[in-house]
Every structure is written in C-alpha cells, then in structure tokens.
Design a protein around this ligand. Structure first.
Ligand SMILES: [Zn+2]
Length: 248
C-alpha cells in the first residue's frame, strides 16, 4: 500500500467553511486551546470532504470530554461493549463521548466526530464505511498548516494476515449491520475495524472518487455491493479479488 497515493486522493480539500463547528464540553478536565484548534481544523476538513459530495449545512458537533475514567465507564454504552472503548457517538443524543484519560483522546475525537457528520448526510450509512471513514480520519495529522493524511500501516499487515488465513468474506462483511459488525469485531478483537479501514483505503487508492459515489448511491437506497459496482464499474467479485491482491 502506498501512503503517498492515499495522500494524493484525499488532499485537495479546500478550507472553505467558516465559523465554529464543534463544542467541547470538558467535564472534570481541561482541553488546551491548541487541541481545541486542532479539533476545529479537523472538523472543517471532514465537513469539506462531505460538502464535496452532499449539499448540507453541518450541525455543530457536540463532544463530551470526560475527565474521570469511572464516569466514562459508567455511561450505558459500555455495558454492551465487549472490548473497552475510548469513545463513542450516540445518534439519539447526537453527541460524541470521549474518555479523556486515554492518551489518544484527540484522535478519538476526530474518529467520533466523523460519525456525527456522516450521520447528517447519510443517515442509513452502513457500518463498514461509517467505521472505515472514522478510522481513516482518526490517524490524520493536524497542525496549524492544516491536515495531513497518514495511514495506520499495522492494520494493513493485519489485513494481509486475515486474507492469508482465509478469514475474509468481503461480500458478507459489507452486508453486516452495526450490531453484527460489532459482534464480529468482538469475536476477533479489532477485526471489523481492520477490514473496514483497509477496504476504504483500497477504494481511495485504486478508485478515485469511488467512496464519494458509493455514499451517494447508498443514500439513494442502494446496497453497498450495488453502490460499489456502480462506482467502480466492475463486478464485485473482481473488486474482492483486487482488494485481496492489493493487500498481499
Ligand atoms: Zn467508530
């Protein structure tokens, strides 16, 4: 997988949004102005990405940043999670909740805000592309100069392993609803994140603008497979083979 290729396809998103896009409610903790700025820049970046596809006025992304680990654990979401999470987005409250005691909490905010934004434009977003996009944006680097794409290389190595162990049925995986996706992730820790992330990266690298078209088609009610076939102009069996080859 070529890191620079990924950068090519995702860069070129212009900063054109003004105003505030995030509200961080720091509970029993503080967040530095520099981190706040990074969060805001990332929100703008993600909004600009979705504005290239959909005409929408983004709602403010509300984030509860929780300073005490036990308070975070007490949130109801946790009782269902098999593995400990660092944050989650809840559509019913339209809020992201992030555990500030984790060292990577800023990355977690980037991840959870993507869930908040994609729900605004594609309410029926399938689990694989929802989590794949969050994983993608999560690892991007943010500085005063802007956002720089970066990759989670270890996930590609994991993906390679799953493929060589015959642990991938991509067609079935892409059809999983959110609950099933979580359940699969629970049987092998991180499996669903790895496959979702790797496949989204593959699409960005191999088929420029395919992810954008896929999201549009899904919004119109097409299945993931139909949307992928439309966007790549290829039969899904070919795409699955290409993906496996690319990851080797
Ligand atoms: Zn997520």
């Amino acid at each position: 997988m070529n890191k620079y290729k990924l950068c090519l396809f995702i860069l070129g998103i212009y900063t054109s949004s003004f105003g505030q896009h995030t509200v961080i409610n720091a509970i029993n903790c503080k967040i530095s102005s520099q981190e706040k700025e990074q969060v805001e820049l990332m929100a703008q970046y993600q909004i600009n990405f979705y504005k290239r596809i959909f005409d929408f006025e983004p709602a403010i992304v509300n984030i509860d940043l929780i300073g005490k680990h036990k308070d975070y654990l007490a949130l109801s979401h946790h009782t269902n999670a098999k593995y400990k999470t660092a944050g989650f987005y809840q559509s019913t409250t339209n809020k992201a909740y992030v555990d500030k005691t984790r060292s990577s909490y800023v990355k977690t905010i980037y991840h959870e805000m993507q869930h908040a934004l994609i729900h605004q434009v594609v309410p029926n977003v399938p689990a694989w592309i929802n989590e794949g996009m969050s994983e993608l944006f999560e690892c991007f680097e943010v500085s005063k100069e802007g956002v720089t794409p970066s990759i989670q290389g270890y996930k590609f190595l994991k993906m390679k392993e799953y493929i060589s162990q015959n642990k991938l049925n991509l067609r079935a995986f892409l059809g999983l609803n959110h609950g099933e996706w979580q359940a699969v992730n629970g049987t092998e820790e991180g499996y669903s994140y790895t496959v979702s992330y790797s496949f989204v990266c593959f699409l960005f690298m191999k088929y420029p603008n395919a992810v954008e078209k896929i999201l549009q088609k899904i919004k119109q009610g097409k299945t993931s497979i139909q949307a992928i076939e439309y966007a790549t102009k290829k039969d899904f069996t070919v795409i699955e083979e290409e993906f496996k080859k690319q990851m080797k």
